[in-house]
Design a protein around this ligand. Structure first.
Ligand SMILES: [Zn+2]
Length: 310
């Protein structure tokens, strides 16, 4: 075992009895035998995880962190159009729930594409991010207010935000329960948490096992949630669930990893990348909703509120 790994109890129920599930990149995922939460155990120390986010492995000096991320930023920025479309959908979900404007925080905002949609619609926008490359892009190119740090390290006033976004970020936090408690604290009463995460309970989550879609692996994904464990976490931290939807994550289903195509095919052949992205975007829109109640559903989106009124 690597000397720098630490063993942890279950973040949801505090238990320490687990069963081994599968390995990824030499890391072990386990399931809590009391509550069912799936997590990486043992896992790298917080310092090592931070080094990973700052450099995506490149400059950390840790061999296991120097992995498959070449071209990560370029690929992310190239998909701006897709992220802006998603951002519009997130904005609509919150305005449909009755909140038209206010302060929004995007936790783990990456390049800031979602935030830019909210800002354009008149929201006072705040972002948190760990990667220097993304922070520079968000601040200099998109002129957003993005600070370096994770939720809890960077603190905000109590009852400050009308909405908090956590899109595909909860599984990266060392304590999802602590993170959700902090989100609850800084939200106004009646404010919204919009959260999206992968669904480990789904067929696509179970089927692809060790290579569960693109960028879903260790060490950055410390947790894999199911509907049951995510609901339990939200309820335990005080949230009231408004909408709970599982979507078919078509992007995962047709990703090179799920289809067992060599990554090189996707990464280095521009000819294939454009039609792949087009197909993925079309299928996400057309099939994502249709398949959401089937075992193919791979993503959970939750709209939750902090109960009460301002
Ligand atoms: Zn547990």
């Amino acid at each position: 075992m690597r000397a720098s790994l630490v063993s942890i109890p279950c973040d949801l129920c505090g238990g320490d009895r687990t069963e081994a599930l599968f390995q990824d990149e030499g890391f072990q995922y386990v399931r809590c035998t009391s509550c069912g939460l799936v997590y990486l155990n043992p896992r790298p120390t917080e310092e090592m995880l931070k080094a990973w986010y700052q450099s995506h492995g490149a400059a950390s000096g840790e061999p296991f962190l120097q992995k498959r991320q070449e071209g990560y930023y370029t690929r992310y920025l190239e998909n701006e159009e897709g992220y802006l479309l998603e951002g519009k959908r997130f904005l609509r979900q919150i305005t449909d729930a009755g909140l038209m404007q206010g302060r929004v925080l995007d936790v783990g905002c990456a390049a800031g594409f979602y935030l830019s949609i909210f800002k354009k619609a008149g929201w006072e926008s705040y972002g948190l991010e760990l990667s220097d490359v993304f922070i520079r892009y968000a601040c200099d190119t998109l002129h957003l207010n993005v600070q370096k740090g994770s939720l809890g390290e960077v603190t905000f006033q109590e009852n400050f935000f009308g909405a908090v976004l956590m899109i595909d970020t909860l599984s990266h936090f060392t304590s999802p329960q602590g993170t959700l408690r902090e989100a609850f604290r800084i939200l106004k009463k009646g404010g919204f948490l919009l959260l999206r995460t992968g669904n480990k309970g789904s067929l696509s989550g179970k089927k692809s096992g060790e290579r569960w879609g693109e960028n879903w692996g260790a060490p950055e994904h410390l947790y894999h949630f199911s509907e049951k464990t995510l609901k339990a976490l939200l309820e335990k931290t005080g949230f009231s669930i408004e909408h709970f939807q599982s979507y078919a994550n078509v992007a995962n289903l047709i990703s090179p990893a799920t289809l067992h195509l060599p990554d090189a095919v996707y990464r280095f052949h521009k000819v294939l990348r454009r039609p792949y992205r087009f197909l993925r975007n079309v299928l996400t829109v057309t099939l994502g909703r249709t398949l959401r109640h089937t075992p193919l559903s791979g993503t959970i989106t939750v709209l939750a509120t902090k109960p009460g009124r301002e």
